[in-house]
Design a protein around this ligand. Sequence first.
Ligand code: SF4
Ligand code: SF4
Length: 501
Amino acid sequence: MGSGPFVDQPRGFDLLSLPGLRRLARWKYARLLFQLPLLALALFVIVDGLTGRQVAPRNVATTAVWLHYRGLVVIALAMFGNAFCAACPLMLTRGLSRRLQRLLPRPLAWPRALRSKWLVIGLLILFFLAYELLDLWASPWLTAWLAIGYFGAALAVDTLFPAGTFCRYVCPLGNFNFALAAASPTQVTAVDPDVCRACVHKPCLHGRESHASAPAEGRAAFVPLAEVVNANGSGYFPGCETGLFVPTITSNMDCTFCFNCVRACPYDNVALTVRAPGRELSRQPWARRGRLAVLALGVLLTYWGVMNALAMITPFYQAAAWLSDLLGTRDEAVLLGAFYLAVTLVGVATTLGASWLADRAGGARSSAMAAFRRWGYVVVALGFSFWAAHYVFHFLTGALSIVPVFQHFFEYRGLPADPNWRLAQMVPTRWLFPIQAVIAAIYSSVALFVAARIARRDFGRRRWVLALWPMLLYVLLFTALQLVILAQPMEMRGTVLGPLP
Ligand code: SF4
Ligand code: SF4
């Protein structure tokens, strides 16, 4: 095997080289440190959701989950990376699932047919439909049960199947984060690929055991302490539970930022590298990791993001009334299903069409599907733009309400607290649309950058501009549509046929 990198990884600044950060990432309890606050928040969500006042804007469950959590997820993805998977409290069920697993002869194998993102895609659409039909955003009680169900599902899946199965193949939230983390400015990489070449056991992937005196437990390859150069030498260190091998990582897909790899690597050879937000998407990142299903997940999320915002504006209610008359039904599930289907079909058709046109314009005779595999990443960047602008809007309109909502939690239970309900919005209303427009402009530029890089890569100096124009048009039209939707006043949802009075 030759020298040089295994794959094309970014070679920017290593964030772990900042004072104290590598030491923190290597610390056995680093993840726990970040999980505990979110666990505490989850407990507040469950307690207030089940036993608190069932008024959405006054309950920790509905405000923390539907306002703060979602806003902070996209802000973290844009500024840093998949911080919320890193701090995911669901993974604290691991200790229990490992114990329960010992009662089984051995973990079951996750069915081969489900080793893709198709199940996640199905669960995501079910979640989006349930969100609208059950008004999850308005029900503290249902939100609490959603959290409980989530903990139960993580425990059950990771008990019956190998660790990491839930994150990689089941969790809709995690996969939402994985897909959008394609536009994040950081990625796990190998510091020196040659050190990885000489590394026999690949502990970043498989884990390692190193003990001073105790015998090996057989949980992972034994690496003698004399070989271990980093400070966390002794003990058992699990490897990557979602099956990523550090020197071959080209994407944030499936990376939970758990930093098991940092702790397991005996040679301190893992970096958290800063990169341009469009870098990953311009390099066909998912061609080797999940292929079509992963790209479909990214593109579908884009259009379901459009639908999620559409369902909050007045023209949508007018369209729903028209459709209701046309179909002769007021059944919300039917109407909403029809809208989701229509938006999905339009999204897929326009993406396939623009991709096919771009290939033809560039002189390639490839099928629409092959063109989609080339250009679909441009749409994923637009998806990030839409979700980020939409969720940041909600976050900015209500972020400070977390203070009175928590005060109310204690007041409701008879403790001395005086909620200040005037605290809510973080910025003046007139700033909200400009902020969303700036986000749209930034990530539309990222999408254009991705399109230009793909065109240069695949169509050469003579034809790349020709290949680019259909995608250029696509990005501009999508951005215009995004701005039109975001410029509408957002109604508090009621039913598909109209907001609550
Ligand atoms: S354990 Fe470290 S040195 Fe070995 S392959 Fe993984 S990152 Fe490279
Ligand atoms: S162990 Fe795997 S999932 Fe965790 S940070 Fe490393 S590459 Fe990402």
